[in-house]
Structure formats: C-alpha cells, structure tokens
Design a protein. Sequence first.
Length: 211
Amino acid sequence: MILASQYTFGSLTSTEGKDAAELDPKTAALVLIDLQQGILGFGKAPRSAEAVLASSAKLAKRFRQLNAPVVLVRVGWSADFGDALKQPVDQPVTLPAGGLPSTWWDYPEALEVAEHDLKITKRQWNAFHGTELDLQLRRRGVQTIVLGGISTNIGVESTARAAYELGYSLVLAEDAMSCGSAEHHEASVNFIFPRLGLVRQSEDVIQALAD
C-alpha cells in the first residue's frame, strides 16, 4: 500500500508542521524525467504511462501558464553507445543492437511540448550529472523542484537524491510517476522520498501554485 496519503496535502505542510518554501512560480520549476517514447514502456505500476502523462501534462500546463520553467529530461546515447556506462553489474541493461529506435527521443503528444520548455539530455540515471540542469535552474533563480517521471526508483529517485544534495527543495508528485513494479515505486515513495522532500499529488501542487 502506498502511504503517501499520510502526508498533509494542499498546503504543502510537512508532517512536522513545518511549511515548505512557498511554491512561488518565480522560484519553482517542474522537472519531468524521461517522458519519451523510448522509456514510456517501463511505466507499468502502480499506474500506466498514460496516467503519468496525464498528470504531468496538467502540471506542465499550469507551470507554463505562470511562466515557470518546465524542464524535460531525456536519456539516450550515441549510435555506437560509446557514451553509455559499462561497469560490471549483476543486472545489466541490454542495449538494442544497431542503435536506438528512431522514435526513442520523441516526446509524447500528451505533453504538448512548448518551444520555451528547457530540454536536457542525460546519459545515466541522475539528470544533474554531466548536464547543464543545475546551471539552467540556478540562472533562473529556481529554489524548489517539482519532480515526476519514469522510472520512479531509477531516474526520478537518482535525480531527487542529487537535487537534495545540491540544496534544492523538493516536491515529489507521486501520481506523476511510475515504474516496472508497484513494489519498487512504493519503496521510493514510502522510504526514500519523505527523507528528501514532500510527497504530494499533482492536484495539490497545482492548488499550491494557484494559492
């Protein structure tokens, strides 16, 4: 069972009664991880990739209305995979022979990607490592990141950990995330994310921005 509902929503108040930094559109950004055709298939539980896209699209629409940054992060590698990680691991990822599919990088139509959305390309789980994400956020005065994407326990969690260590406040939009199994999703939501930021639903974020 997902326990995210034990947190106070709407006001973005923590369980300790401490208010989060105001979700001010002047200092907040929406960061969506790997919502691209090549990754959507990994979003299976506790909700479908289509459900994640629906929540993410609502968040993105509101951020755009308020002229707050929307950051779309994609993951991928060169045709020869020369820039892919290759350390020995017990569960290696099998890269497709002949390179990535032609649709790998494509954004789904549901996101209604805008020209001024920031696009970041990463080569590993963490969206900060080896990219200009931190620079782009700091130059825009961003202090709080609203985070979602696929997969919860991989790209999203890795990016959340890095954001926390870099000093950003985090609001983790639980219904804008999914991964390969509900068990993996719940492990991040119940045990990791509450130590990094505030676990909320997308409607709570939208309401907080409206307030």
